[in-house]
Design a protein around this ligand. Structure first.
Ligand code: BGC
Length: 765
């Protein structure tokens, strides 16, 4: 097939210098060649065709296939999302090539957040691995599978730092810490985009949600954000910046307002910061329906006004509404919006299409028709081994009294709970094109592990919730949670009778998938009452009780912590979840995950996060004093701190050794510890470095994560772990919003969680 572009592309290639990695993000062609190509193309386009490029829509009841065919024919659409099979994608790209005047390829995007066909743990679980190589593997496999389905772009990674367990979307991100989120986000971008998003098995990423979505007031979804510039740049912005520096071609703009101005209408955010300061060259895409929402935000008077505001503020492409297409032509005619402004936005769209290699070959992620998989959901398309391995790494052992775990593959085990055999819930929210029927439940995983060795009994024990209103909420669009026809008491009776026959109880409790999702904010973080009653009845049997938690946010588990002998946080662990959990429960894998977010004791403590500022009246639990900063009606501090997680072995950390007592101006220093596996099993752990600027011109957090290393130690083995510290780790935003490192004393804290550390000090000269 011949493309109208082949000639101009050949010309650009002829003048192109040899490839170097740093030429333009990850792409192989020079920005000059791309600019020349796009300028040439823009000159051929009508105003309507340019506006058409700014429209991103989803095939569905609002936009049936026939209507989309017409739009494609008339050059009125630039990209499609939510279409995920090669035949469907090819059909639309064929229409572009056969029916449209300029044959500008569409790009195809989807929410590939933790897997495409194979589902990995939710991102909060991925972050719990503290393993950048594992996260990169998830990125590579997801991109491979999604590109194999014909997709070009993903709406990921989500790098919204959050201190809000009430917010259901924390499940999609990497937790409460800036450094950890930035590290995971950039690892994901690099892995998904590979050398170039144009490569056959790479995807372009679209970092979201820009910006500060994780800081919405009260954790109520879509709510507003009000934040000091210092906190914004110190704690919330760095992960977006790091993901863009890693080369992300796209940015999805958030639905929230920032200090009164919706992100979608925020020219400071999208132009001054993103384009001028950060030099972002890719594409900005609104979140779903966000342009329309500017009217409800109260910053636009009518649809035209909303469109004017969004475009002028820097939104290139509109997702999920017809406003740009409908109103931009009139706005240009009336001189409210200039054609140059439309050109700018259209250029960004064409640029990313160029970077995706679509002008070179619109079918590059499709291949020939004959190569389409006969069955899109074929077992052979899954990457189960990778999924199982990463899932095991994401699990966090929270409690293990008297070495209840690992379990023996012998005797009788009672598996109880509404999440023990749910193929759907274990996939977690945004499980993309993953098929629940292909997931391994905990029941199946434990069966696989104990076959012929132990007796495994099962009872559901309770519904996820007996709250009718919440059941209706969860089942609003589809039958997501099933409600047993038996009474709650009948279910509990069966569970207790089952437990009484067993040596040990494993209770799978937590949240349904839909309880930790978009628009799933909670005011209560305890287990639903139905499950609490079940646990109380199980506890009363006197049998050892192991809790397997499945949830997408920190829960308030104060009571369960007292009841349980052992607790394993498994998040929503994906396609191979059941096998992976069984690996951990039976000790075929020694858990090494660490919490990427603090677990509160109750909702009333929120926000509770480890890297808080000091107060003038710090609370000391060893020496309580009324006039100090604390709550008098509860134990203070989190139930489980950030960075916390146990192992089946034990580790010791030596005192910290500093390479020098002083760090020269703009120089370097090294802190090191020796970590020893003092137990009887081989195991991995995560060594964490925290810093505190003791005296500065503004109060600095009591500690901040500045480095981590995941190490594997054989029983009895020791390893010295070295952390280089440079001036960047000391920097902060001062009152004048300058990023500075101030001379003075710094505390160095190294440990296996954020609460228990070995401490040292150095002076920055
Ligand atoms: C969400 C985005 C998502 C988009 C497309 C929106 O409702 O906020 O995170 O990428 O839908 O599915």
């Amino acid at each position: 097939m011949k493309w109208i572009y082949s000639l101009s592309l050949a010309v650009s290639l002829a003048v192109q210098p040899a490839f170097a990695d740093d030429m333009f993000g990850p792409h192989r062609l020079t920005p000059e060649a791309r600019d020349a190509f796009v300028t040439d193309l823009l000159a051929k386009m009508t105003l309507d065709e340019k506006i058409g490029q700014l429209r991103l829509i989803s095939v569905g009841p609002d936009n049936p296939k026939d209507a989309i065919r017409e739009m494609i024919k008339n050059g009125q659409v630039g990209a499609i999302f939510n279409t995920v099979t090669r035949p469907d994608i090819r059909a639309m790209q064929d229409q572009v090539m056969q029916l449209s005047r300029l044959k500008i390829p569409l790009f195809f995007a989807y929410d590939v957040v933790h897997g495409q066909r194979t589902i990995f743990p939710i991102p909060l679980g991925l972050a719990s691995s503290w393993d950048t190589e594992a996260v990169a593997r998830v990125g590579r496999v997801s991109a491979y599978e999604a590109a194999d389905d014909g997709l070009n772009m993903t709406w990921a990674p989500m790098v919204d730092v959050t201190r809000e367990p009430r917010w259901g979307r924390g499940s999609e991100g990497f937790g409460e810490d800036t450094y950890l989120t930035a590290t995971m986000g950039s690892a994901m971008v690099k892995a998904m985009q590979g050398k170039s998003p144009a490569d056959r098995y790479a995807l372009m990423t679209s970092v979201k949600h820009f910006a500060l979505y994780g800081a919405i007031e009260g954790g109520r979804d879509y709510n507003t954000v009000d934040m000091s510039p210092q906190r914004m740049f110190q704690d919330y912005m760095p992960p977006y910046k790091a993901s863009l520096d890693a080369g992300s071609g796209g940015v999805m703009v958030s639905l929230n307002a920032i200090n009164g101005v919706p992100a979608t209408a925020n020219s400071w955010l999208l132009k001054d910061l993103l384009r001028d300061e950060w030099k972002f060259k890719g594409i900005t895409i609104s979140d779903h329906g966000a342009i329309k929402e500017l009217i409800k935000h109260g910053v636009a008077s009518d649809p035209q006004d909303a469109v004017r505001l969004a475009l002028k503020s820097g939104i290139d492409m509109s997702m999920g509404d017809e406003y740009y297409s409908k109103y931009l032509p009139g706005l240009v005619k009336r001189g409210v919006v200039s054609e140059a402004e439309i050109d700018d936005a259209a250029r960004h769209v064409l640029n990313v299409k160029y970077d995706m290699g679509l002008f070179n070959d619109p079918y590059s992620h499709l291949g020939p028709k004959e190569s389409d998989p006969a069955d899109t959901n074929a077992e052979s398309r899954l990457h189960r081994e990778d999924a199982r391995d990463v899932a095991r790494k994401s699990m966090v052992l929270l409690k293990n009294r008297l070495e209840t775990l690992p379990l023996k593959k012998a005797g009788t085990i009672a598996l109880i709970g509404p999440l023990a055999d749910s193929q759907r819930d274990i996939m977690g929210s945004w499980s993309a094109a993953g098929v629940a029927k292909q997931s391994v439940t905990l029941l199946q995983g434990m069966k696989n592990a104990t076959e012929g060795k132990a007796t495994l009994l099962y009872a559901k024990g309770a519904n996820i919730t007996d709250h009718k209103g919440i059941q209706a909420f969860l089942n609003l669009y589809e039958q997501a949670v099933s409600v047993d026809s038996r009474t709650p008491q009948q279910m509990i009776d069966e569970a207790v009778a089952t437990a009484q026959k067993a040596d040990v109880i494993v209770a799978a409790v937590g949240e349904a998938q839909g309880m930790a999702h978009e628009a799933s904010s909670r005011t209560d973080l305890t287990l639903p009452e139905s499950q609490q009653k079940l646990l109380a009845a199980l506890k009363a049997t006197g049998k050892p009780l192991v809790l397997v938690l499945m949830n997408g946010r920190p829960l308030a588990l104060t009571h369960e912590y007292q009841q349980a002998d052992a607790m394993l946080e498994t998040w929503f662990s994906g396609t191979e979840g059941g096998n992976a959990i069984a690996d951990v429960l039976f000790g075929d894998y020694n858990p090494s995950g660490k919490l990427p977010i603090s677990f509160p004791r109750s909702v009333g403590q929120i926000p509770i996060y480890y890297n808080h500022l000091p107060t003038g009246r710090p609370y000391n639990s060893a020496k309580p004093n009324k006039y100090t900063s604390h709550y008098y009606d509860a134990v203070n501090g989190p139930l489980f701190p950030f960075g916390y997680g146990l192992s089946y072995t034990t580790f010791s950390v030596s005192p910290v050794k500093m390479s020098s007592a002083t760090m020269p101006r703009n120089g370097k220093i090294e802190a090191s510890v020796t970590v020893t596996n003092t137990g009887k099993r081989d195991g991995a752990t995560v060594v964490q470095l925290y810093l505190n600027d003791e005296v500065a011109s503004v109060s600095r957090p009591v500690k901040e994560l500045k480095g981590f290393q995941r190490i594997m130690l054989k029983a009895g083995e020791s390893q010295t772990v070295r952390f280089p510290i440079d001036v960047d780790a000391l920097k902060f935003w001062n009152q004048k919003m300058q990023q500075v490192a101030e001379p003075g004393k710094f505390k160095v804290m190294i440990g296996l969680d954020s609460a228990r550390t070995q401490d040292a000090e150095f002076t920055y000269l």
